[in-house]
Design a protein. Structure first.
Length: 332
């Protein structure tokens, strides 16, 4: 199942509003003619979906995206919103060392929402699911005052133990895989009223998580892993607290891409702050035994230390970070 085949099979009728065609009319339009992977035994159209779980365990994760909080339709197309909603959940599955198998989607929106907006959003969900060979197997539609998308991702560990947040041990090394800081830089550009450089803005609109790197890290002996959704410092903080350790990052190992340096100079911002605290790139961060051979693309950025009775914390070059909040907090 590929993104191109998904789009080619999508229904063409996109006129009118959700209120005019109704819940089941929308479901027919976004589900009819779609291909499903082999793991989907029963897809959309019944009371529940059935997804194969040969491993005997199912990895599951849910995220909710709310318009004006997580996305704006004057900044992103509906298809980009769909891809982003799917990516946020698929990356969580990868961070457990698992392979994504299916998505369930809950949609709430006003009755006057154009059908074209919702079918494009569905196209994005299907396209991103297709990147990892997963299917969109079901969901629900409800009325609300604003557009909200809730996605649940399922995955398979393929016989491996899960890689949890609480497995880091003193002496482990810390490594990352994927982009850091790009989505935060793109958001900063959009907040200033600009739409370029496109490569940076698009990093905010559609992340590119390194999905395959999660299972690869698990096979290489990763002791703990997390999806960087709220910021590298904040998310490594979750590993430190769950593991009862301290993590020390080495800032010199975090290469600042030239494009982010240019954007930082134009906006009067420190691009290294984006790398350390920016979320939504959905990179993966993990700890490995010191003697481990890192899989291709993983970059060592720090070490795990004993907490020595102090609060578990993430340091930068041996000191607490003083450049501002460590990452995104919905209720701060």
């Amino acid at each position: 199942m590929t993104p191109s085949s998904q789009a080619g099979n999508a229904p063409a009728e996109t006129d009118g509003t959700l209120g005019e065609i109704g819940e089941f009319g929308l479901i027919r339009r976004v589900a009819t003619g779609r291909s499903q992977p082999a793991a989907t035994i029963v897809g959309p159209g019944d009371d529940a979906a059935i997804v194969a779980a040969p491993d005997g365990r199912v990895v599951a994760s849910t995220d909710v995206l709310v318009e004006t909080v997580h996305f704006r339709l004057d900044w992103s197309t509906p298809e980009q919103v769909g891809r982003r909603a799917a990516a946020a959940n698929l990356a969580d599955i990868a961070a457990m060392g698992a392979v994504p198998t299916a998505l369930l989607v809950g949609l709430a929106c006003p009755a006057n929402t154009p059908v074209a907006t919702l079918t494009a959003l569905a196209d994005g969900l299907w396209a991103e699911a297709g990147v990892v060979g997963a299917g969109v197997v079901g969901g629900d539609v409800a009325s609300s005052a604003q557009l909200m998308v809730a996605v649940t991702a399922l995955g398979s560990l393929e016989g491996r133990p899960p890689v949890l947040r609480g497995g880091a041990r003193p002496g482990d090394l810390v490594a990352v895989r994927g982009r850091l800081g790009w989505a935060a830089a793109g958001l900063a550009v959009l907040q200033r009223g600009f739409r370029s450089p496109a490569v940076v803005v698009n990093a905010h609109r559609v992340p590119e998580p390194p999905y395959a790197a999660g299972p690869e890290a698990a096979k290489a002996g990763a002791t703990a892993m997390i999806d960087v959704s709220d910021g590298l410092l904040a998310d490594l903080g979750h590993i430190a607290r769950a593991s009862g350790v301290r993590i020390d990052l080495r800032s010199a190992t975090l290469d600042v891409p030239a494009r982010l340096r240019d954007v930082g100079a134009a906006l009067g911002a420190d691009p290294r702050h984006w790398l350390l605290t920016g979320g939504d790139d959905h990179a993966l961060a993990a700890t490995f035994p010191a003697e481990a051979l890192l899989p291709f693309g993983w970059v060592r950025v720090g070490t795990v230390e004993a907490a020595d009775g102090a609060d578990s914390v993430v340091l930068v070059d041996g000191r607490p970070y003083d450049g501002g909040p460590a990452g995104w907090d919905h209720f701060a």
